[in-house]
Every structure is written in structure tokens, then in C-alpha cells.
Design a binder for this molecule. Structure first.
Ligand code: S3P
Length: 426
């Protein structure tokens, strides 16, 4: 797909529902008693993979577009699926569902696409095994396909080496089925959507510092979930609005949970004009409209506790840094190497092709900003966040940029190019 600069971006956009929250709403709704209403569900391929896995385990799910109804089977009502569970491209589905499946009374095999079969699963296999689960990586390489034999679980206190909400959530969900309390301590706090939503469903979850604890639950109660717009999808319009001269974009109803809002802090640190309007607290998840205006940005340092709060936005932030004045250093972000693609290597490869000065480090990147960018052939490596990052970067570069496998945006934002075009045609 080809992209070319076309002046400023102006107007309003409503981004689709939050991916993390959409997944969790289907999972917890499936385990609850009664019908859960999910408003603003993300109709992206990843979340549809989660729906399909639970349907295969006997849950009745009515997908009516922006409203999804999940008729829960209760904590002990899932059925053994007749076939392998296919998690597609979704790490969130694969890892969190493994926690749930560990405590069932049946065996199951789960797998996903080529990318999923390369992503590390030892990070969930180890703690779940400590809880009494029986999970085997079928090829013995610590990756999917995984064979999970339902087992009796007991609570543990796990100290995780990585700040990962997928790992934390897998353990907490297994904890619902365990004997005794289960807790997870992380090096930094990762996104807390599971903790907030599990409370909505009636579970006993508490947090203290970087530790989250869950008590085994007799049952979960169905509820209504309002899914806010995904700040990770808003990130591309935040960047476009800030980088493209003359732009002003209002992004409506975006989730600004403090465990996800690192991009706003870093952009402001770089000199961005960003305003939050109409802030409100929807069922535990805060939201606001985000107004961005073109700003002249300078480099910064991004490291430490803020990293998990902007992990999925780092590709876009790296591209912004290439266009900002001065040096930007990104550290403590080795997790980027094990996402849908190796996002450090892929960002360096593609930004370099467009004329940027960027160097890969062990756990991040060093970017000397301010070099003019030119169009180039770039490869998304079938990674949705890379494709969207370069669609925006292309609008700041001279000449034509050709993005390979650009349609992979269907994972988290199927209408991304249409929404971008509408803002270009203001
Ligand atoms: C997610 C957690 C993050 C994030 C991913 C979604 C979640 O992954 O990158 O896109 O929904 O829990 P990690 O848990 O691997 O950090």
C-alpha cells in the first residue's frame, strides 16, 4: 500500500475499543453466571480469536457489532473443545487463556499463527506449573502449540522477572481456581485491566505496590462492560497531529488508565501540545477526549517504570523521535524484541530505509532526530503496530512510502486507513 504526504490532518476521530479490555470482557464474561453486555467491543482479528476460542468451549456469544452478549457458562461450565484452539496472532489470548485452561477438568491443545509459534510461553508455563498445572510446549521449544491438561491448582506468590500484564493475568485467572490466595509481584506495574475488571465481576482482588493478589472465587457475576477507545490506536493520531504542520485532531473517548498513558507523558516531555477534555470514569476505567495540535518536539529519554505503560506505543514514539530535534534514548525495552515482530530490529531497519539516524541497543534504541525523512519500501513484518507507525511516518516524509503487508492492521484497527484518510481530507 502506498502513502504520500498531503498536508495537515484536521477533525475528529473515534478509535475502536481497547484491545486488552475487549479480550478480558469476553474471557471473564464466559466464566461468569448470566449474560455480560460488552459495549464498544473491538472487532479486530485478535479479539475475534478470543471469541472463537470460548465458542469452541461451549459459550454462546452473540456478536452484534458494537454490542457483544456473552452468555456465561460459569467458572466450571466450559466444555472440552472438539478441536485445537486457534489463538491466531494474539499473544493476549494465548497467554491469558492458558491460565484459565490450567484449572479446568479437561485437556486441550492451543496454538496460533507463525508469529505466535515463535513467542515465548515459558514465562507463563513456569508459574502455572508451580501452581500445579500441566502445560507442555509440544515442540519442546517453550513456544506454542501448548498441550494443557486441566489440573488441581494451589495458590503461589510469584515474582515475575518481566512486567507483563499477560503473565500477571494468566496467574491471577489460574488463582480463581486454586486453593488459597495467589499473588504476583512484578518489577514495575503493568496494565491493570484484569484487576479492575475482575472486581467488576465480583472477584476478590487487591493490589499493593507492584503486587496483585486474588482469592479463589466460588463464582463470577455477569456485568456490563463499557470498552473505552484504545489509547494504543489513538497513539497514531496523537503522533500525526503533533508531527504534521497545521494539524489539529480531537480523538474521542480514549481510555487513559494511568497504567497505559505513558505516551501522553512522554509526548509532553518532548514539548507536545496535548489537552485532555471531558474526562470521566467509566466502570473503573478513566476516559477522556484527547486534543492534539502540531508542536515542535525535542528528544527525550524513555526508560524504567514508564516502559510498561507505553510498551505498544514505542514504535510510534521511536518514529516521532526520528523527526524531533536532538537525541532520544529508549532503554529497558527488551520486551519489544518478543512482540508480534522484533520491534527494535524492525524499527531500525525501516527508519534507516527512510533516512533516519537510529541505532539498535541491547534493550532499546538511540535516535539522533531531525534528519529529513524520505519515502522508502518498508516491511511491516505483518505486525499491525509497525504498519500503522509507517503509515503516519510516511505522511511526514518526502516521496512515496510503500508498506508491505499493510492489511495486517485488521488485528487491532480494521478501519485505520479509512479513518486516516478522513482526517487527511478535512
Ligand atoms: C497486553 C499486554 C502487553 C501488550 C499487549 C497486550 C494485555 O503485553 O504489549 O499488546 O492485554 O495484557 P505483555 O503482557 O507481554 O507486556
Amino acid at each position: 500500500m502506498e502513502f504520500q504526504k498531503k498536508g495537515s490532518l484536521r477533525g475528529e476521530v473515534t478509535v475502536p475499543g481497547d484491545k486488552s479490555i475487549s479480550h478480558r470482557a469476553v474471557m471473564f464474561g464466559s466464566l461468569a453466571e448470566g449474560t455480560t453486555e460488552i459495549h464498544g467491543f473491538l472487532q479486530g482479528a485478535d479479539c475475534l480469536s478470543t471469541i472463537s476460542c470460548f465458542e469452541k468451549m461451549g459459550v454462546s456469544i452473540e456478536n452484534k457489532g458494537s454490542l457483544v452478549l456473552v452468555h456465561g457458562n460459569g467458572l466450571h461450565g466450559l466444555k472440552k473443545p472438539a478441536e485445537i484452539l486457534d489463538c491466531g496472532n494474539s499473544g493476549t489470548t494465548t497467554r491469558i487463556i492458558s491460565g484459565i485452561l490450567s484449572g479446568q477438568s479437561f485437556d486441550v491443545t492451543l496454538t496460533g499463527d507463525e508469529s505466535i509459534q515463535k513467542r515465548p510461553m515459558k514465562r507463563i508455563i513456569d508459574p502455572l506449573t508451580q501452581m500445579g498445572a500441566d502445560i507442555q510446549s509440544i515442540r519442546g521449544n517453550g513456544c506454542a502449540p501448548l498441550a494443557i491438561r486441566g489440573s488441581r491448582l494451589h495458590g503461589i506468590h510469584y515474582t515475575s522477572k518481566v512486567a507483563s500484564a499477560q503473565v500477571k493475568s494468566a496467574i491471577l485467572l489460574a488463582g480463581l481456581y486454586a486453593e488459597g490466595p495467589t499473588s504476583v509481584t512484578e518489577p514495575y506495574v503493568s496494565r491493570n485491566h484484569s484487576e479492575l475488571m475482575l472486581k467488576l465481576f465480583g472477584a476478590d482482588v487487591s493490589t499493593e505496590g507492584t503486587t496483585a493478589t486474588i482469592q479463589p472465587a466460588p463464582q463470577l457475576c455477569s456485568t456490563k462492560v463499557m470498552v473505552p477507545g484504545d489509547i494504543s490506536s489513538a497513539a497514531y493520531f496523537i503522533a500525526a497531529g503533533l508531527m504534521i504542520p497545521g494539524s489539529e485532531i480531537l480523538i474521542k473517548n480514549v481510555g487513559i488508565n494511568p497504567t497505559r498513558d505513558g505516551i501522553l507523558h512522554v509526548c509532553r516531555q518532548m514539548g507536545a501540545d496535548i489537552q485532555l477534555l471531558h474526562g470521566k470514569q467509566d466502570e473503573g476505567e478513566p476516559t477522556a477526549d484527547i486534543l492534539v495540535r502540531h508542536s515542535s518536539l525535542h528528544g527525550t529519554e524513555i526508560r524504567g517504570a514508564i516502559i510498561p505503560t507505553l510498551i505498544d506505543e514505542l514504535p510510534m514514539l521511536a518514529a516521532m523521535a526520528a523527526m524531533a530535534e536532538g537525541e532520544t534514548v529508549i532503554r529497558d525495552a527488551a520486551e519489544l524484541k518478543v512482540k508480534e515482530s522484533n520491534r527494535i530490529a524492525v524499527m531500525v531497519e525501516n527508519l534507516t530505509a527512510m533516512g533516519a539516524d537510529v541505532r539498535e541497543t541491547e534493550d532499546g534504541m538511540v535516535i539522533q532526530g531531525g534528519k529529513p525523512l524520505h519515502g522508502a519500501a518498508v516491511d511491516s513484518h505483518k505486525d499491525h503496530r509497525i504498519a500503522m507507525t509507517f503509515a503516519v511516518t510516511a505522511l511526514c516524509a518526502d516521496g512515496i512510502t510503500d508498506i508491505k503487508d499493510a492489511e495486517c492492521v485488521n488485528i487491532s484497527y480494521p478501519a485505520f486507513y479509512e479513518d486516516l484518510k478522513k482526517l487527511m481530507a478535512h
